[in-house]
Design a protein around this ligand. Structure first.
Ligand code: HEC
Length: 224
């Protein structure tokens, strides 16, 4: 059985009432100790539930779990398509493709996206962007940015790159030269190695199953 928030909440409340009722047997309900038992048992039950949920979340967020791919996903074509059963867009992991001209081992891929994450943190990209829904709303959400059709249609010819990863990497190093919409991204002094790592991180992130967020990304005929 799939346990949702409703089952867990109801279970915690029932457990608190049952256990507290056992402890207060024979006590008068006007006695302050009666309610102290409920407060204490309620806190202990919720502490245990949050503790279990924390480990459950950590398991679900780890590499290679159902929703979060292994770092080597950067060696594959990533897409985003509608799944009629789940009624939402889901990432699709396709055939192998080279990334910056090579196939990355698990260790190399892990180091690359870790470096990308650190570079993103060091420049505080979330001051302007959202990643996985967290951050600010000045600039586009970056969760599926790797899948933005504009890299192929607009940026590749603009920066003179052969592949999408090179196009993004060149663009990231000089966003102020290649403004696409009205708002410009400032030059954040990202060097070539950092830019490559950031692109690795963006590709990896686009392959995370985010329950259909953002909906219809890159599919709107109006925008392109
Ligand atoms: C001061 C605000 C600001 C910061 C900080 C910032 N950006 Fe941007 N970013 C923008 C704006 C504005 C755009 C839209 C520019 C355009 O379309 O020409 C943009 C666009 C982008 C795009 C293209 C998104 C798409 O799909 O169209 C990427 C990728 C990107 N930024 C990555 C980053 C990364 C990585 C960092 C941190 C290293 C970062 N940005 C930090 C403002 C910012």
């Amino acid at each position: 059985m799939q346990l949702g928030w409703l089952e867990i909440t109801l279970f915690s409340i029932v457990l608190t009432i049952v256990v507290s009722a056992l402890f207060v047997r024979g006590k008068n309900w006007l006695d302050p100790g009666f309610w102290a038992v409920f407060a204490l048992v309620g806190s202990l039950v919720m502490f245990s539930v949050l503790w279990l949920l924390t480990f459950d979340s950590l398991k679900k967020m780890s590499f290679g779990s159902k929703r979060v791919p292994s770092p080597t996903v950067i060696n594959h074509r990533v897409g985003y398509s509608y799944d009629p059963d789940r009624k939402m867009f889901v990432p699709t992991i396709g055939e192998e493709e080279l990334f910056f001209g090579k196939k990355w081992s698990e260790k190399e891929a892990f180091q690359l996206i870790t470096k990308g994450k650190l570079a993103i943190q060091s420049r505080n990209c979330m001051d302007c962007h959202t990643l996985l829904g967290n951050g600010a709303y000045f600039a586009p959400d970056l969760t599926k940015s790797w899948l933005d059709p504009k890299w192929d249609t607009m940026i590749k010819p603009m920066v003179g790159a052969e592949t999408k990863e090179e196009a993004i990497s060149k663009w990231l190093q000089n966003p102020e030269y290649y403004a696409t919409w009205q708002r410009r991204m400032p030059n954040l002094k990202i060097d070539d190695q950092e830019a490559r790592a950031i692109v690795g991180y963006l590709k990896f992130m686009s392959a995370i199953d985010t329950n259909g967020f953002p909906d219809h990304f890159g599919q709107s005929a109006l925008a392109y």
